[in-house]
Design a protein around this ligand. Structure first.
Ligand SMILES: Nc1nc2c(ncn2[C@@H]2O[C@H](COP(=O)(O)OP(=O)(O)OP(=O)(O)O)[C@@H](O)[C@H]2O)c(=O)[nH]1
Ligand SMILES: [Zn+2]
Length: 188
């Protein structure tokens, strides 16, 4: 995978400004290519990171019941239109064999996965799969709710519409009662 290329983005943004019929040399936008490149470095920083890495932090804690971090806010960029979609992620798992990770690491995993050109479905399944791979828990549930600006400010123009995706693994797949319990906590 190629690395972040600030100059290439600056050239491209300048061309976009030209392409939309603006003057890239006028005072107000002269520094815009630089600003956008700097912003992209920040909002696409997850491309060069491995989400699973955060989950290497484990404590040998004997807790084999639900751990749920809900309402993790995120901003991502729709890979089809490169406009934002944003909302909340809820991440729950039931640890096994003492593999309990730090609570912030669940939010950091969401951060890495969302800071890329994305699809909401892929965010949801990548977070769930990273937890399965690294923590080998009894079960994982990830619910993501988001508003997509490509559906609000343009195109179909449906502001307020929310997309909800979920990924369930292990016990949450098989046990309806466990799934219902965690969903009721998320919706509380
Ligand atoms: N499944 C999925 N679709 C998404 C996501 N973000 C945006 N999309 C959709 O991607 C689709 C792209 O459709 P296209 O027909 O190729 O592009 P378009 O002509 O701009 O589509 P419209 O948005 O309907 O105007 C649209 O239906 C978007 O709503 C996402 O996270 N998951
Ligand atoms: Zn889109």
């Amino acid at each position: 995978m190629s690395t972040f290329d600030q100059e290439k983005i600056e050239q491209a943004v300048r061309m976009i400004l030209e392409g939309i019929g603006d003057d890239p040399d006028r005072e107000g936008v002269i520094d815009t290519p630089k600003r956008v490149a700097k912003m992209y470095q920040e909002i696409f920083s997850g491309i060069s990171e491995d989400p699973s890495e955060h989950l290497r932090t484990v404590f040998g804690e004997d807790h084999e019941e639900l751990v749920l971090v809900k309402d993790i806010p995120f901003y991502s960029m729709c890979e089809h239109h490169l406009v934002p979609f944003y909302g909340k992620a809820h991440v729950g798992y039931i640890p096994k064999g003492g593999k309990v990770t730090g609570l912030s690491k669940l939010a950091r995993t969401v951060e890495t996965v969302t800071k890329r050109p994305q699809l909401q479905e892929r965010i949801t399944s990548t977070v769930a799969n990273s937890i399965v791979e690294m923590l080998e828990p009894h079960g994982v549930i990830v619910v993501v709710e988001a508003e997509h600006m490509c559906m609000t400010m343009r195109g179909v123009k449906k502001p307020g519409s929310m997309t909800i995706t979920s990924a369930v693994r292990g016990v949450f797949e098989k046990d309806e009662a466990s799934r219902a319990e965690v969903l009721s906590l998320i919706n509380r």
